[in-house]
Design a protein around this ligand. Sequence first.
Ligand SMILES: [Fe+2]
Length: 592
Amino acid sequence: MPDVSRRGFIRNGLFGLGGLYVTTALSGCGSDDDDSLGFGTFDHGVASGDPLADSVILWTRVTPSDTSAEAVRLSWEVADNAEFNNVLAEGTGEAHISRDFTVKVDVRGLLPDTRYYYRFRTATQISTVGKTRTLPDLSSEHLTLAVVSCSNYPAGYFHVYGELAKRDLDLVLHLGDYIYEYGSGGYASEQASAMGRESLPANELFTLDDYRTRYAQYRSDADLQAAHASAPFLVVWDDHEIANDTYDGGAENHNDGEGDFDERKLAAMRAYFEWLPIRPEGAVSSDELAMPSSIYRQFQWGDLVNLLMLDTRNEARAKPLVITDYFDAATGAFDFEGLFADINDPSRKLLGDAQLDWLRSAMASSSATWQLLGQQVLMGQMYLPFAIATQQMAIPDYAELGAIALLAARAQAGDPTLTAEELAYLQANQSRLTPEVLALLQAPAVPYNLDAWDGYGAAREAVYQIARESNARLVVLAGDTHNAWASELQDAEGNAVGVELATASVSSPGLEKYLGIPAGAYAETEAGIVQLVAGLKYLNASDRGFLTLDITREKIDAQWEFVSSIKQASYQLQSTRAQQMQVQAGSPVQFV
Ligand SMILES: [Fe+2]
């Protein structure tokens, strides 16, 4: 199907899936008669999101008491205190089966930079109280936000979400993989049964009902409910909200036998808009609104932060490159020239022209101190020595040779963190560094993840150029990898353009699993990778956690925190693994 008609199909398919009630905050408006309310409970909590200076989206879902009901009437209230003795806005609406009984309210006419409390009511139940806030409109000196991604229900407990709920956060950014699409027993589900967290439905997600059931399961989690009730979320999807490694027109985890990809994508997007407190674009004062497939959008925290949430996944992403396609198994030859030509091919899009134009004008017209990009995949160049990056290839004894190669590279670089044991191991195995292995070592470094910006070099340069033209104090936020990273960003000419701060996952496994890092060797391996990768300043490859940013005019204090376990119901924060870094507002911005 041609690109244009496919996108038209998605847009048309989403059109008219309204479900958003608009209300104007008016002090003293009349209360609705409780007799008109229907019967149902709020089993999936409450949420708020996409605040502006004068409005915010409120969300809930009703579980009808009568399972044959098609609609349940409910009411909502907004107040300036948790006791609701001064209700500022209220109204009624309907949770309807056509939207899986989810409800969104776009509350208008609120004051800027103000905290609000909200709750919903049926004839059966009053919901828990949610806390939210509006954005400052003019000047602001401070913003505290958390960054999370990759919350995988069967992989472990959502302790990270529980920690967010304890903090006094202005905003929570969820950078995607809010759900995972695999069936029960799939990815990272080894201990799901023991934890009582086996995926529902049991099958991989394909239909609207499948995606809705999965969201309902995730939102039954008490920690996730607590996080949503504690602060407004700004969400963007990554791949697993649809299927692994989604691109424009397909996904790694979708084959022809699984039906039409566009229909699957439409079902996934529809469930996303139903279940997450995201503002449909172009909201107007009507009950039935379009839900566009574009989710890139802007939030201005006064004159302090211009926050631009991007979609690197579903706007224009060209099919990711596959590194084994450049490897000739018969001869062992690797086509470096072909790989780099494809990476730097300007016709391979990631954001797409429309989103790039929007980004250019949103950044150029901003005079905010900081330009923050809230987006999915790692932007920093993550080039590893060829032998390490290409471990997926069929190189005999790769694991051992790779370990020796890594040690040799670290020794060559004069890594002071090499232990006596490691040096002894290297010496004992030096003879295995044959000419073939040495040739691998001397090969050009290659990107380890071609699904990230590293696989779209020309697209990345376009973003860097926009940042340079705007003299942006650029801070890029990322999720997707399941690991915590901090990098200096450089363009192809080696000019510093900003920094990147990436969050660990809530519960999905990280590099410790993919690289097979033995427990007890985490810190050494992380130090080794930091030594090997140009621009990389920090890596935690093994722990689940979150990132908080404390932003002022002069600096950003970034703090990574990690939980001791996601497999046990009890846990602590790991104080020894916590990491703090400071970003200074200069031109360009840099780590202190
Ligand atoms: Fe993920």
